[in-house]
Design a protein around this ligand. Structure first.
Ligand code: U87
Length: 274
């Protein structure tokens, strides 16, 4: 009982932190150079895009519906998956982030970030000419069916009628669970909650921060993060009923440490629901 109350308090404190999240500042901090420098192989965003490209094109991932958990105001995480799945659902806890995504989907201007270099880069990974990016953008706008509210701390994180009864065929989630959970048990419970949205044998692509204790979600908005190591990520996946296919780790070069967080590395896990 006492424990339940403490858990709820921790989760409510995280939700309170997010109330003044600033999507435009966040995009500026994490999705412009040096973290998104497409001429550098060791920049963090190209590393993430390469992991996702490989994971979605190895031949073992297929189906109809791809679900992205905690999308935030970003699209990069579905640029490879949108070629494999006919339907993509984006989700976020905050209306400001869902609104940012909808502005891009509606193509009426007012976006806080230009996703063109991202689209061009993933076209290159796919062996297409960079100028094919407009076709990729068109496909992405066509396959993204909706942008929904989500709360990974709920036993039912998205509205039950939003998904087919069997669940999505694949989940992707980037930097969400560790940056919305007050501690490791909450991270693991959240992983168990999102697992329910995935059909048996469906794949999970999980990207997250290692060794991080906070990040800035806007000027002066310090959001606490659960510091994770590789062993904890593997143990949480096992505990919640996933079989790990591959874990890749990126260590942050010192010039990527730009004062917007204290992350030391990034993990990419490809796993399968048992
Ligand atoms: C991204 N996926 O940028 N349930 O990849 C569900 C919630 C809840 C909740 C809040 C964290 C940023 C991580 C997107 C957005 C991820 N957001 C939503 C950040 C931290 C390391 C680092 C980061 C980013 C909330 C890029 C790079 C690095 C946010 C999202 C978390 N430092 N979702 N209960 N509460 N959210 O609105 O959109 O989670 Cl390179 Cl290194």
């Amino acid at each position: 009982m006492m424990q339940d109350k403490e858990q709820e308090k921790g989760i409510a404190a995280m939700a309170a932190c997010y109330q003044t999240f600033d999507p435009a500042a966040y995009l500026q901090y994490n999705y412009t150079p040096p973290r998104a420098d497409f001429v550098r192989k060791d920049s963090i965003v190209p590393w993430k895009l390469a992991c996702l490209h490989r994971a979605f094109t190895e031949g073992d991932v297929s189906g109809d519906l791809l679900l992205d958990i905690g999308s935030g105001p970003t699209l990069y995480q579905v640029l490879s998956g949108c070629e494999v799945f006919n339907r993509v659902l984006m989700t976020d806890f905050l209306e400001v982030n869902r609104a940012e995504l909808r502005r891009w989907l509606q193509d009426a201007g007012g976006c806080s970030l230009d996703w063109t270099p991202y689209l061009q880069h993933v076209c290159k990974l796919e062996g297409r000419r960079p100028s094919a990016w407009t076709e990729k953008a068109t496909r992405l706008r066509r396959v993204i069916a909706d942008v929904l509210p989500v709360d990974v701390h709920c036993s039912q994180p998205v509205a039950p009628d939003a998904l087919p009864p069997a669940g999505a065929d694949c989940l992707v989630s980037c930097f969400c669970l560790e940056s919305v959970s007050p501690d490791l048990p909450a991270f693991t419970r959240a992983l168990g909650n999102i697992r329910k949205l995935l059909r048996p044998d469906g794949h999970l692509m999980l990207i997250g921060a290692l060794g991080e204790s906070y990040y800035f979600g806007g000027p002066g908005l310090r959001i606490p993060v659960v510091p994770l190591d590789e062993a904890q990520v593997c143990a949480s996946l096992k505990e919640t009923g996933f079989t790990l296919i591959r874990l890749e780790v990126y260590n942050l070069p010192s010039d990527m440490r730009v004062g917007v967080d204290d992350v030391t590395g990034v993990f990419f896990a490809k796993a399968k629901r048992d």
